[in-house]
Design a protein around this ligand. Structure first.
Ligand SMILES: *Cc1c(COP(=O)(O)O)cnc(C)c1O
Length: 375
């Protein structure tokens, strides 16, 4: 059994992928070929954003968004400690300071109720200037943007959505990637819309931000190719990846429906299995993109038992994320410690993810849940 089955998907569109790759080989525009603009246009329409800017990875998408906002030393960016390392990394890499805010223990996303006090505390300390909030749509579930955007507005902050896992997710009738001033996603192969290599995209409605992002992804290029008006990065999306993604994009709406069905089945099966596990909860008005199906055990010890049972039955599982960012060695300089973000720490000790993809068969899910229940 596969944790994520990319082969099943490939079989459905293999010819289309090969045709698209052949087109790139024929026209030879490997850098910024026509497939990039086509993908940008289609994805902007899909998520409901005015602009889409393809880039080299989800990490670059976040970097470009922060660069476009001119965030740097002395600036504070509020984010979740319960996420993939890149979220906090890009903030610190630009010289800004990540200010962690604990998660809601039910959704695993940043808790808006803790945001205002965190912003207030930074303002009172006076050593950093609050600039942005970077919520993470963890496992594909959008964070609580009505509350977050309101707090951002009250405090003059910009919201940068880390939607690396959330392409296809929904929040109150809007699509993930369009929920902040800037939305960032990743096309890493295992993400809901994955290529066959690295890739990413930034979304926004603001024309000026769009111009900045397009310049920043090519070394801060100005009007002319050899005119550099700011410092940027080499952050372009490859034409080849765009060609592959165009083929995969055709499957995305259907795959999102299939993911909902798989998640629904898991929830029902787990509820009646007798296994002491809490399945993921989706707040009303939201749809997760189900990048991961993550369940909570009652303790670290029972989690180890569940994972052992799965392993004995030949079923892969994963732990996202065992160590919150504030406890990572790279962030030791922030002076944070165990106990600072109890919900993130508790989730890190008890959470694990089950196989999840649009082509997961009912029989496989039955096998997985039977193994969890010790049957
Ligand atoms: C995957 C991921 C990223 C980084 O994306 P890459 O394409 O791997 O650079 C950033 N944030 C989160 C939450 C992610 O899951």
């Amino acid at each position: 059994m596969q944790f994520i089955d990319l082969k099943a998907q490939q079989q459905l569109i293999r010819q289309k992928i090969e045709d698209n790759i052949k087109q790139v080989l024929d026209h030879g525009r490997y850098i910024m070929g026509p497939e990039i603009g086509e993908l940008e246009e289609k994805l902007a329409a899909y998520v409901g954003a005015k602009h889409a800017i393809g880039c080299a990875s989800g990490t670059d998408a976040l970097t470009l968004a922060l660069l476009a906002l001119e965030i740097g030393p002395g600036d504070a960016v509020f984010t979740s400690p319960f996420t993939f390392f890149a979220t906090g990394e890009v903030i610190a890499l630009l010289g800004a300071t990540p200010v962690f805010v604990d998660i809601d223990p039910v959704t695993f996303n940043i808790d808006p109720a803790l945001l205002t006090p965190a912003i207030q505390a930074v303002k009172e300390r006076g050593d950093l200037e609050p600039k942005a909030i970077m919520p993470v749509d963890l496992f594909g579930l959008p964070a609580d943007y009505d509350a977050i955007n309101k707090i951002a507005e009250q405090n003059g902050l910009t919201v940068v959505e880390d939607a690396a896992q959330a392409m296809g997710g929904e929040y109150q009738g809007k699509m993930a990637c369009s929920l902040g001033a800037l939305g960032c996603t990743s096309f890493f192969p295992a993400k809901p819309l994955g290529g066959y290599g690295d890739g990413g995209m930034v979304f926004c409605d603001d024309d000026e931000l769009d111009r900045m992002l397009r310049s920043l992804r090519v070394h801060g290029q100005g009007e002319d190719k050899y005119d550099n008006v700011r410092l940027g990065i080499n952050g372009r999306l490859d034409t080849m990846q765009a060609a592959i993604l165009l083929a995969k994009l055709e499957l995305l709406p259907k795959e999102m429906e299939q993911r909902q069905e798989v998640a629904q089945r898991y929830a029902e099966m787990i509820a009646t299995s007798g296994a002491a596990l809490t399945p993921p909860q989706v707040p009303s008005g939201c749809a997760s993109a189900w990048a991961q199906y993550s369940v909570l055990a009652e303790s670290q010890a029972t989690r180890a038992e569940f994972i052992e049972r799965l392993k004995a039955a030949g079923i892969p599982s994963a732990i996202y994320y065992p160590k919150p960012l504030h406890l990572q060695t790279a962030f030791a300089y922030l002076g944070l410690q165990a106990g600072d973000f109890p919900h993130s720490e508790s989730a890190g000790e008890r959470i694990f993810s089950l196989p999840m993809h649009p082509y997961l068969a009912v029989e496989d899910q039955e096998k997985i849940v039977a193994a969890l229940a010790g049957k």
